[in-house]
Design a protein around this ligand. Structure first.
Ligand code: ZN
Length: 672
């Protein structure tokens, strides 16, 4: 408990410090996503340990501390922040919650707008004249920035037209165009002045200038997205209508808004602008969805942090700039050398990223990397991080270029490249310690022989101490050999011996997979096991016969054939088949229902209650499915659990058949 309290206190301290730098000094120390990440951690901890919530916790506040140089003003209506989500599921929860509140008699529609990434302000008009402008501040007290706001050309000092209320609050976002931002930063850099990290910070800095003439030079923009009336206005029914009226009075409104009736239309709107947003000259970080009816908005009201009738559906942030520290050349199980870039950690979409694979030599050549380069990292949705590009202008003069090695970094043997030079391998096999370790680990891994407890650490230790020289040695290990090894001891050595003994009983497909033949994964292993039934038949199969098997191409057939034509491999496999008891594949398994799964491309997404994703994968592979990581046109079926993400949306878009956990179990029951 003490530890939790300490953790909470540390998080609060950090967040308060970042708040101060961000809101008060306009100098963010960390990226927004990192900030959200910390705040979310705090939220989660406080949710779990409610006894530690204090009124001064950052989770209990909305906005920022106030800069003393501007006079404080109290907002007539609190400027609350919006609830937000990054996923369709989060939005659906919102929609369901709204619909649950009202009987079917109400037609509920939603007004969708772009979420401009700027500074929220409140403008008060009296009899059509702008009398006060304030920033959000902490949501209740803002800063008076009237003089500076008046320099923004698109904000009218006087409204035009008729029926203008006596007093009116207009809310919206002050922002800077990207093109303006770049111009400003170029100037700032050349005279070594302040450098803004993004257009929003530039807008904030510009809006809070003591000298209004500086604000005027910065060319700020404004879009209205909200309003408050001080008296009851009967002639407007919807949010959308009021925005159109405000436009007619001269207030700038972004033209891209749409009234939608359900999540499908909303998702379309979301996706359309996710694609187009890079083309805009201003930053948008999502869309905002509001209950359109003013009457229903009023009925829903708000909690102490945000209105219940609106939600921001945000886009994942995609790119960050960071510094490259090193490129390590890692030797894979099959000897393939993979360069991996290590850089200063960055948060993208709430995930900490500190390394990215560079895949192969071609990628190294494309990027032309030097040590300490500034690089652009990208990560979209749940896709793996990638180095998009290098900022060459920031490269130091004496920087050292990164070359692909000629010799294996582990065993020092000369590396061999294939014809295109794309794949470079160390061919030393078990002689190369890196490969040896990975071959052994793979052999006993969860989806192979599944010797639970015989992990990479133990295996590494056994190799280092030269207790095991090959796979066979594992099956003759004794407690005496193990118990004196550091970090193992008596108790663990008993467990390891036991787990190895248990792993001896395995299926043919697991055994084939365990051998780690180049390009033979679980799916191919299952197919081979289905086809051959007796292991010896596989070992002596010709290339032609292998190619006959459905789903096995020339390359894979070649790799299998080559593996068994090496006499050492044949010897090893023969010995292993003598030691292990391998259960052959049983053909009785088949029936008609299996058609849904057998030989089909299936993708699994989300979190499941009954099984882990790996367990489900195993069950489906046993039934002959091909499990893919990506949704594509080839995908025949998507199985989804809870907390679904991008794959779900993609499958929806491609009209792919989808079943949930319950439906899957019904299907599986009908098969068994
Ligand atoms: Zn090597």
């Amino acid at each position: 408990m003490k530890k939790i309290k300490y953790q909470i206190d540390e998080l609060r301290k950090k967040i308060l410090k970042y708040d101060y730098f961000y809101h008060t000094l306009d100098k963010p120390m960390i990226s927004d996503s990192e900030y959200d990440y910390l705040l979310n951690q705090l939220y989660d901890l406080e949710l779990k340990y409610k006894e530690f919530i204090t009124p001064d916790s950052p989770t209990q506040k909305i906005g920022s501390n106030l800069l003393d140089k501007f006079k404080k003003v109290t907002h007539f209506f609190p400027m609350l922040s919006l609830e937000n989500t990054f996923h369709l599921n989060g939005y659906l929860k919102f929609e369901n919650r709204i619909k649950k509140n009202f009987t079917a008699n109400y037609i509920i529609d939603f007004c969708c707008e772009l979420k401009i990434d700027g500074i929220a302000v409140s403008l008060i008009y009296e009899s059509g004249t702008l009398v006060r402008a304030a920033t959000r501040g902490d949501g209740y007290l803002g800063e008076n920035v009237t003089q500076n706001i008046k320099t923004i050309k698109s904000i009218p000092i006087k409204l035009k037209g008729s029926n203008i209320p006596k007093r009116l609050e207009v809310r919206g976002e002050v922002f800077m165009l990207k093109s303006e931002f770049f111009k400003l930063n170029n100037k700032g850099l050349s005279i070594k002045k302040k450098y803004f990290s993004n257009p929003r910070n530039a807008a904030a800095g510009s809006l809070r200038q003591i000298d209004s003439t500086i604000t005027a030079k910065r060319k700020l923009m404004f879009f209205c997205h909200g309003f408050n009336f001080f008296e009851e206005i009967k002639f407007f029914q919807t949010h959308y209508e009021v925005l159109i009226q405000l436009k007619n009075w001269g207030i700038p409104i972004n033209k891209d808004m749409l009234v939608c009736s359900d999540h499908l239309e909303i998702l379309n709107f979301y996706k359309k602008f996710e694609k187009n947003r890079l083309l805009f000259d201003f930053d948008i970080d999502g869309i905002v969805i509001k209950v359109n009816s003013l009457y229903l908005q009023k009925k829903l009201g708000s909690n102490n942090k945000s209105p219940r009738w609106a939600i921001a559906f945000k886009y994942p942030s995609k790119e960050e700039i960071t510094k490259l520290n090193d490129v390590k050349f890692e030797v894979g199980r099959t000897g393939v050398i993979t360069p991996v870039a290590y850089f200063n950690p960055v948060y993208i979409s709430g995930v900490l990223i500190k390394k990215a694979s560079l895949h192969n030599k071609n990628e190294i050549n494309r990027l032309n990397l030097y040590f300490n380069d500034y690089i652009i990292i990208q990560r979209s949705g749940d896709v793996i991080p990638k180095i998009v590009n290098v900022i060459k202008s920031k490269r130091l003069e004496n920087a050292k270029k990164i070359f692909f090695p000629i010799y294996c970094p582990v065993c020092n043997s000369k590396l061999i490249s294939n014809k295109g030079g794309k794949i470079i391998r160390c061919l030393s096999g078990l002689i190369c310690d890196a490969q040896k370790k990975k071959i052994f680990c793979h052999f006993f891994s969860k989806n192979a022989l599944n010797a639970n407890g015989l992990g990479p650490k133990v295996i590494n230790e056994l190799i280092q101490k030269k207790i095991v020289l090959n796979l066979i040695d594992f099956f003759y290990l004794t407690e005496n050999q193990l118990k004196n090894i550091e970090n193992i001891g008596k108790k663990k050595s008993v467990k390891i011996i036991k787990t190895i003994l248990q792993s001896k009983k395995t299926t043919m497909s697991r055994f084939i997979y365990a051998l780690g033949i180049f390009s033979v994964g679980e799916v191919v292993a299952q197919k081979l096991s289905n086809y051959f039934n007796i292991f010896n038949n596989l070992m002596y199969a010709s290339k032609q016969e292998l190619e006959l098997i459905d789903g096995i191409g020339k390359v894979v057939a070649n790799n299998i054939f080559n593996y068994f034509s090496i006499s050492e491999n044949k010897k090893l496999v023969k010995k292993l088949t003598e030691i292990l008891s391998i259960i052959p594949y049983s053909k009785n398994f088949f029936n008609a229902k299996i058609e849904h799964i057998f030989n089909k491309d299936i993708v699994i997404t989300g979190i499941f209650k009954e099984y882990s994703r790996n367990e489900l994968k195993e069950i489906l592979i046993k039934l002959g499915a091909r499990i893919g990581n990506k949704v594509s046109k080839k995908t025949k079926l998507l199985i989804f659990g809870e907390k679904v993400g991008r794959k779900f949306l993609e499958a929806e878009k491609l009209n792919i058949q989808m079943i949930n956990e319950k439906e899957l179990y019904t299907l599986l029951k009908s098969i068994n």
